[in-house]
Design a protein around this ligand. Structure first.
Ligand code: ATP
Length: 517
């Protein structure tokens, strides 16, 4: 199936099965704003718990906070967001559609990568076992030509970004004949900067009201609380502060479902270190974070690092962790070495000292910061797109059938087990209920007695439930049940008393955390 179709199906599946709904749907929706449904919220909460506990339980020098969304407006002046939190936008005059100029150019470069990969794939098929990919990439004329074209664009792009040269960004688009996917024309406007912050007013009268911003990132709430936490927690450098919370950006191009939203959620951790030690910590956190992603078992090859072409003015190193979504490798998390920029700026704008006295060095300094910043919603999308499968299976009568199954990591699955009495009589529902009454304190359980057992299995497959427990007549006699595993569809007869142990071994965060330690 084409990747585009997979994505469309995934979006439809998210709605049909209560994971994600368009916000304000009965009023025809609100652009790039989404609500999470009954299963979506469970998955999201599990993702947040995995992140939060991996930060604050596994690292004794990382603590959490929960700062307000509204903050003093000067914070956004100090952070640089008022003046520089811009995206370069460009409009197509025919379709009237708006695009991010940088994204159009990145997509153009990705097309050359895709062409190269296609050549490699074709050659690998032709030459079979004797194929030497490295040599092919170094010598094949078509590969080299595409690489050269991509490199030329890349160099111009990096220079234009570093020089904030908007005309040159437009020129790259013109020179490479980029067309609008809607109108198919090359009729582009100039490139302009657009500030992404939402503003509102605080206070009752028009005169006395103060213009404030909805935070575009949670990080600043951490920086302005740096001393509060350091002093009250008696924290010693190096230490980190973690936070999960909503962020708001008036995104120009809001497509691709929950990948780019105007209201979204971030999980950010700012790690404060001594000046000069930041790059070493940057490398350490890169490894910690990629391990966190890979431990979920979605396939190591689905993740890669992508170093930034243009470093933000405050950063001295930056990389993204990208995940292979149905629409290509895309950023899920950013890891940035932010120097002492943020604390120094807040020190200057607030007039309050934000320094740390280092007893080992016997000196005071403004700490340097390593940031790990991941979007909950993008993480959610990466997990859902990696988990979504359509499989051919043999039906009862031998006919082939398709099942849609979400192969979610069991630890993140919204419902951990479904308890299904084979029939609605003979004491089977009562036994099923008593099993749930016992297990519900530890696991999210579901009871279902409607329709055939096959249909019930399919419903659980579609929401990613890793275990179905079937109660039959034998169960009432010998206290055994069948447990059916979602991914293999294998069934096994086990004692009711063993269920808790079997399930918790597969769904416990503890097992996952052991892989991280
Ligand atoms: P992009 O280049 O895609 O706009 P960014 O580099 O601006 O993202 P950061 O400012 O580094 O993103 O934010 C950190 C994380 O927050 C991102 O890695 C992403 O997971 C998430 N994020 C940022 N913007 C959005 C958004 N509009 N919708 C959903 N998640 C977002």
């Amino acid at each position: 199936m084409a990747q585009e179709d997979v994505f469309k199906k995934l979006v439809a599946h998210c709605k049909e099965y209560g994971f994600v709904f368009q916000s304000s749907e009965i009023y025809d929706g609100l652009g790039a704003v989404y609500d999470y449904g009954q299963y979506g919220v469970e998955l999201k909460n599990n993702i947040k718990k995995y992140w939060w506990d991996s930060m604050v339980l596994l690292h004794e020098n990382v603590v959490g906070i929960d700062s307000a969304i509204f903050m003093h407006p000067t914070i956004w002046k100090a952070s640089g967001h008022v003046d520089a939190f811009n995206d370069p936008l460009i409009d197509n005059k025919d379709s009237k559609k708006r695009y991010r100029a940088d994204v159009l150019i990145e997509e153009l470069m990705a097309k050359y990568d895709a062409k190269i990969d296609k050549e490699v794939e074709k050659a690998a098929k032709r030459f079979g076992d004797s194929f030497n990919e490295a040599m092919f990439r170094e010598t094949n004329p078509r590969v080299l030509e595409n690489l050269k074209k991509k490199e030329e664009i890349h160099q111009r792009f990096v220079k234009a970004l570093n020089d904030s040269n908007l005309e040159e960004l437009r020129q790259i688009i013109i020179d490479n004949e980029v067309v609008c996917p809607i109108s198919g024309t090359k009729n582009w406007t100039d490139v302009r900067q657009f500030n992404l912050m939402f503003s509102t007013e605080m206070g009752s009268t028009a005169d006395g009201a103060m213009k404030i911003f909805l935070r575009p990132e949670t990080a600043q709430g951490i920086f302005v609380n740096f001393l509060n936490v350091q002093k009250t927690g008696r924290m010693k450098i190096p230490f980190g502060i973690a936070q999960i919370g909503k962020a708001f950006r008036n995104e120009i191009v809001a497509r691709q479902f929950i990948f780019r939203m105007r209201e979204f959620e971030q999980m950010e951790m700012q790690f404060f270190v001594a000046p000069g030690e930041e790059l070493e910590w940057f490398e350490k956190w890169k490894q910690v974070r990629i391990k966190w992603h890979k431990a979920l078992g979605m396939g190591d090859h689905k993740y890669r690092f992508h170093d930034h072409d243009k470093l933000a003015h405050y950063a001295n190193a930056a990389t993204d962790i990208e995940y292979e979504m149905p629409f290509g490798f895309k950023e899920v998390e950013g890891i940035h070495s932010r120097t002492d920029f943020d604390l120094s700026q807040h020190q200057q704008h607030s007039g309050k000292k934000l320094m740390y006295f280092d007893p080992e060095k016997n000196e005071s300094y403004v700490p340097y910061v390593i940031e790990t910043s991941i979007g909950v919603d993008r993480m959610f999308l990466s997990i859902m797109s990696g988990a979504y499968c359509e499989e051919e299976v043999k039906g009862k009568d031998g006919e082939s059938d398709t099942r849609v199954v979400l192969k979610l990591p069991p630890v993140l699955a919204p419902v951990k087990l479904a308890v299904l009495p084979l029939v609605k009589k003979d004491g089977l529902p009562e036994l099923a209920r008593s099993i749930i009454d016992d297990l519900k304190f530890d696991f999210n359980c579901q009871y279902d007695e409607k329709d055939s057992i096959g249909k019930r299995y399919r419903r659980q497959d579609a929401i990613g439930t890793p275990f179905c427990i079937t109660i039959d007549h034998q169960s009432t006699q010998d206290n055994t049940v069948t447990i059916r595993y979602r991914d293999t569809m294998e069934q096994e007869r086990v004692k009711i008393g063993d269920l808790s142990g079997i399930i918790s071994q597969k769904v416990s965060m503890k097992e996952l955390f052991k892989k991280l330690s």
